[in-house]
Design a protein around this ligand. Sequence first.
Ligand code: GLY
Length: 390
Amino acid sequence: MKREEFLKYPELGEKQLYEALERAWGQTRFALERFGTDFKHIFSTNQFYTKAENNQWTNGFWTGELWLAYECTGDPCFRDAAMAHTVSFRERAERRIETDTHDLGFLYSPSCVAAYKLTGDKNARETALLAADMLLERFHEKGQFLQAWGSLDDPGNYRLIIDCLLNLPLLYWASAETGDDKYREKAQAHVRTALEVLIRPDYSAYHTFYFDPETGAPLRGVTHQGYSADSAWARGQAWGIYGIALSYRYTRDPAYEALFEYVADYFIEHLPENLIPYWDFVFTDGSSEPRDSSASAVAACGMLEMARFLPKEKADFYVGAAKRLMKALCDQCAVRGPEESDGQLLHGVYGRKTPYNDCIDHGIDECNLWGDYYYAEGLVRLSREWNPYW
Ligand code: GLY
């Protein structure tokens, strides 16, 4: 969609924002009553979540939603549940339960870093530092990147993915806390490598990129959850937007400011008429493929993050863009009440199988934990000065 067309869409107004926030915390309260201190599965089934162990890449998002609810309502029930989760996250880090992944930032920033920032809890700080150390182990000197998934000595896993940009704030935070630059240096090296290979000349993004384990040289872009290697997976593009904004915050490299605009504008220009992106931008208006509301929530948060550092005119544009995305989500995807779901945001997609990717069909047209979390974060960002967990 052309920028002029996009600008005709209404922005989320104050009244609707505060109603949405109130409804969101009602949903968090309802889910808390159902789940107690248990965790939720990655995505809902028929819009309701099942219980899960703390062994998935998404566990931090439900904890993060509880922290957001605590910050906005001051109700200690949210804080107490989130603090109980930090004990589970400590055990997970110490016993290395499913920690063979770059997702340590997704897990530990909205849970333990948030707990430390909001309560000063020393155990949460130590736990987040343990996670940062584990994430650092995944750095390959030869390739200068953090490996996404699996065993570090498996050449078939010698790759990075765009989602990892959201894991880097855990490393920047660890350097700031300890005074040890090693975390920051590796984060900076990773983002340099990642953005060099992942962003294509048209500013769409590859999902994953393989390197040669012998030489560390870049090899090829491949998708895992997108439609095909060369398509633009909507959520990957959104991880790029938010990840570049965070990289700018931590490095102040002007190259990231320029790149942010191109990558964000690609997202806006490929939105369909109702502003809820299809799960991959290869699909356009008229397609019967599902939408991925979570991509929009992530992109909106990234735009709001970057706007804090942009000159006024550009900041106004991206805040306005985020308000348009959030209005579309509030109107078309937000859960109306407990009878409908125990999540926040309907119409997400976790994975959709195609002949050209290697994922399975799951979590299609359902809530998912990051969609819920980033939708709530977007509302919070629009309603107050917020100190990010990232
Ligand atoms: N980071 C995994 C996903 O976005 O599905």
